[in-house]
Structures are given as structure tokens and as C-alpha cells.
Design a binder for this molecule. Structure first.
Ligand code: UDX
Length: 472
């Protein structure tokens, strides 16, 4: 009935890692929960978003119920300097975008009854208050990370010292503790890092909302979700795994044609997400590891980088044009019959869905992790930054869906010998059989959670109901 259709606004901050799950949530609210949704997107490149398939209305919908408003991205690089981290830039940008967002909301004839923002959009929650909207935050990561992040903004500084200076595990009420090795950089630098205070502010605001949505599901993280529900007043809504659907248009690309020629579950897919890079030494070790494994591979490669003294990444070679001169001499020729190296980007969801993929060497960004699980692909966990080390630990130690690369303490390198044996273990060796079986179970569990009557499906339904009640 049109009269009881809730209108929900979603605000996505810059970066594919946020935009993809936010848009998926929007489409599910429209197609399964019969809501009207307006998505506000803050993006650097409006043209590429408009031309991509991402904004296609969900199947079965006529498009009227999903509106998209592109908000300007104010480039603040000049204002904050080049050494400022990507996260700080997103935050500063979002703070400015709130003004545009408020203007758009105030102009709307049929104003939304609820607002959902991602973690970088918490400054917009004040607009929700102003216009009497319900407010939700969508954590596009997992429950264990959320419990950890929330806890670290509340505990005594002495406890953080114990963890960081004395390398003691950090206890999170009701959850698995976090080992020192897996700690997020923000906490490691807490006394000097302006992000630490900023995170505190974000998490305080999040605790005062009508609910926290997370891109996870009950069966994947029962312990952390129970702990959050037992210890927090704010309602917890696991609604995942929301991943980008397959785009039919890319199925005939060169990469997919190459995959079509490979045997079933024979290829290791190697990618470090939307921005992950390795040092030149590590790229060379990885090349050798791939070669020595004698397995098929598809490697999405970026030019090597090194961190400068301020922690910013410097590109060492001019490889963004596809030049691969930095690879070991003869590597491409020696592996050309069983390997494909693709500069910069591959259609990942379509790749992971291909039957020839047998394993994923991943940086464990949460979207990549969910895409791998949703397609039943076992992982080699090779975390780089942000919460990726926690994700890797959870996948390996708790869920049993991956093996993890161990960097040598002395030089931080993962050696070619280790890479070779991990690839063989995940693809072919008897030792990897439990992980291969476990990931198939998880794939089924993910599909069940989102299917009609599943845990995440029901929670989305509940959310739409809450919005209808607020309307009345
Ligand atoms: C960042 C964080 O580091 C991550 O841990 C956090 O959970 C989200 O934001 P990012 O590098 O964006 O990570 O990784 P991820 O979350 O995995 O998202 C990358 C997205 O880009 C995925 O949806 C992936 O399918 C897509 N992608 C990436 C491609 O389609 N092709 C590529 O070549 C690389």
C-alpha cells in the first residue's frame, strides 16, 4: 500500500568500499522491503558512477522508488596538505558535504523518515535530528571490528598502554580478544593520532542512534553479535552479506575469456583491493612464489610503493600505464601459459564467481572477504592496513576460511617459499581440504541469511517496519 511505504535516505561517503554496500542496501530496501529510497552519494567522479551499472534499479522495480542524488565532492587536498591520510581527507570532505545534504533534504517535498549513513557520515546525523528522522549507521565492516572500535574509545588509557606498550591481548567484553599484532594503526598511534579523538566522537554519536547496521550475519559472527546485543543499548542489525551483483556486460571481457579456458577451481586470484600496494622486494617475492607454485594465477597488479618518513605511500615506478618492467626478468614469458597479470583493476565479483577460480590471495578488505565467502572461494589472508589484520585473524583462527601469510619479523617480507606453499595448500594439497569444505558451508550460510525468511532478510524487514511506525 502506497500510504505505508517508508521513505529512507542513505548517505554514502567517497570510496567503492562504502558505495557498493550502501547501494546494495538501497536496492534491497526497494525490492524486498517495498521502501522508497533516496541515495545521496559523495563522489569524486560523478560521470563514472552515472555510467556504471551500479545505479541500475533492482530487478523487478520500475526505478521510481530508487532516487540518486550526487553531492559535490569538495577537493580539500590544498587545504589539508598532501601528507594527510586518505581517511582524514574523506572525513573533511564529508563535513563539507553535510551542508549540501541538508539543503537537499530541506527542499524535498516528501521528506525521508529515516537516514542511514556509513561510518564517515556521522556528521550528517544532526540533519536527521533537525528533520525528525530516525537515524542509523551502516558499519560496512564486521561485528568483531565494531565491538573492538567501540570498546577502545571507552576504556581507560592504561588498558590501551598495556596492549600497545606491553603487547598484551586486548579484551573486548564477550568477544575474542584482539592480539597486539592485529591492532588497527589508529590505536597504535593513539597519543599522537588526531584520528583517535575523531574516532571517539564518531563512536559516541553512533551509540546514540536508533540502530547500527552491519555487513555481517548472525551465523557468521554469533559470539561478537551476542556480545554487542548483551552489552549495548543501541540496537544491532546484521544485514549482510551485501555484495555487488554480477554485471553481465563484463562477462565477455578478455579476463573472463582467459578464465573460461582454465580448468575448474585451478586458478589463484591475487588482488589487494582498491588501493593496496606492496614494496618492490615483496612484489618480486610474490612473483617467484607464483612461479614456483606451478599453479595457474590471475594477478591484479599495482606499481610497487614505499612509505616515506611521514607514512605516505610513494610510487616507486611509473607503472600505472601498465608498464610491468619491475617484475623479475623473464617472469611473464616463463608463466604466460598459466598466468595472467592485469594492471590496476579486474572485475572482481565476476572473477570470484567464475568456476575456474580455486583460491583468493586477498588483503582482506571486508568487501573482498564477503565476495569470496559469497562465492565459496577459500582465501590466503594477506592483510595490509586498516582493520584488515583483524579480518584476517577472524577468517583464519575463528571461521576457518583462510590460511594466513606470516611476514618475517626481521624484514616484514613474506618469502617466496611461503607463498609457494600457501598457494599449493589452498588450491591442491590435502592439507587445505578442511578450508575448502568450510568455505562451501559459509557460502550456503550467506545465501540462507539473505533469502526470504533468513536472518538478514528478516532484519531488513524489521527496519522497514520501524520506519513505517515512525511515519505514523
Ligand atoms: C577498505 C578497507 O581497507 C577495508 O578493510 C574496509 O573493510 C573497506 O575499505 P578496500 O581496499 O576498498 O578496503 O577493499 P574492499 O573492502 O575489499 O573493497 C574493494 C572493492 O573493490 C571490492 O568490492 C572489490 O570487488 C572491488 N575491486 C577491487 C574490484 O572490483 N576490482 C579490483 O581490481 C579491486
Amino acid at each position: 500500500m502506497e500510504a505505508t511505504k517508508p521513505h529512507i535516505a542513505l548517505l554514502a561517503s567517497p570510496g567503492m568500499g562504502h558505495l557498493i554496500p550502501v547501494l546494495e542496501l538501497a536496492k534491497r530496501l526497494v525490492s524486498h522491503q517495498s521502501s522508497k529510497v533516496t541515495v545521496f552519494i559523495v563522489a569524486t567522479d560523478h560521470a563514472s558512477i552515472v555510467s556504471s551499472q551500479l545505479l541500475q534499479p533492482p530487478a523487478g522495480s520500475d526505478g521510481d522508488d530508487l532516487l540518486v542524488v550526487l553531492l559535490p565532492f569538495i577537493d580539500i587536498s590544498d587545504m589539508v596538505g598532501s601528507g594527510v591520510s586518505y581517511v582524514r581527507k574523506i572525513e573533511a570532505t564529508m563535513l563539507r558535504s553535510v551542508l549540501f545534504f541538508r539543503i537537499e533534504i530541506s527542499k524535498m517535498e516528501s521528506r525521508p523518515t529515516a537516514l542511514v549513513v556509513d561510518m564517515f557520515g556521522t556528521d550528517a546525523l544532526g540533519v536527521a535530528d533537525e528533520f525528525n528522522m530516525l537515524k542509523f549507521v551502516f558499519v560496512t565492516s564486521n561485528a568483531w571490528f565494531f565491538a573492538y572500535a567501540l570498546h577502545t574509545t571507552e576504556i581507560d588509557i592504561k588498558e590501551i598502554d598495556e596492549h600497545v606498550k606491553n603487547r598484551k591481548p586486548l579484551k573486548i567484553p564477550g568477544c575474542r580478544p584482539v592480539m597486539f599484532e592485529d591492532t588497527n594503526e589508529t590505536l597504535l598511534n593513539y597519543p599522537n593520532d588526531p584520528s583517535y579523538e575523531r574516532f571517539k566522537d564518531i563512536f559516541i554519536k553512533m551509540s546514540l542512534t536508533d540502530g547500527i547496521l552491519m555487513n555481517t550475519w548472525d551465523e557468521l559472527e554469533p559470539t561478537s553479535l551476542k556480545a554487542l546485543r548483551d552489552t549495548r543499548k543501541v540496537p544491532i542489525y546484521p544485514i549482510g552479506p551485501l555484495v555487488r551483483p554480477i554485471e553481465k556486460s563484463v562477462l565477455c571481457s578478455g579476463i573472463m575469456n582467459w578464465l573460461n579456458k582454465q580448468p575448474e577451481e585451478s586458478v589463484i586470484y591475487v588482488s589487494f583491493g582498491s588501493g593496496g600496494t606492496l614494496s618492490i622486494q615483496q612484489v618480486i617475492e610474490l612473483s617467484w612464489g607464483l612461479e614456483l607454485s606451478q599453479q595457474r594465477f590471475l594477478w591484479v597488479i599495482r606499481p610497487p610503493t614505499e612509505k616515506d618518513a611521514a607514512g605516505a605511500f610513494l610510487t616507486l615506478t611509473n607503472g600505472s600505464d601498465g608498464n610491468l618492467d619491475y617484475l623479475p626478468d623473464g617472469f611473464l614469458a616463463r608463466t604466460h601459459d598459466r598466468g595472467l597479470v592485469v594492471p590496476m583493476w579486474a572485475p572482481q565479483v565476476e572473477v570470484l564467481n567464475h568456476p575456474s577460480i580455486g583460491g583468493f590471495l586477498t588483503h582482506c578488505g571486508w568487501n573482498s572477504t564477503l565476495e569470496s565467502i559469497a562465492n565459496g572461494v577459500p582465501m590466503i589472508a594477506w592483510p595490509l592496513y586498516a582493520e584488515q589484520k583483524m579480518n584476517a585473524n577472524m577468517l583464519t583462527e575463528d571461521i576457518g576460511a583462510s590460511i594466513q601469510a606470516a611476514a618475517m619479523e626481521s624484514d616484514g617480507l613474506v618469502t617466496r617459499g611461503e607463498i609457494r606453499s600457501m598457494i599449493r595448500k589452498i588450491l591442491v594439497d590435502h592439507e587445505g581440504r578442511n578450508i575448502r569444505a568450510r568455505i562451501k558451508e559459509l557460502k550456503n550460510s550467506a545465501a540462507k541469511a539473505l533469502a526470504e525468511g533468513g536472518s538478514s532478510y528478516n532484519i531488513l524487514f524489521q527496519l522497514a517496519e520501524i520506519c513505517i511506525q515512525h511515519l505514523n
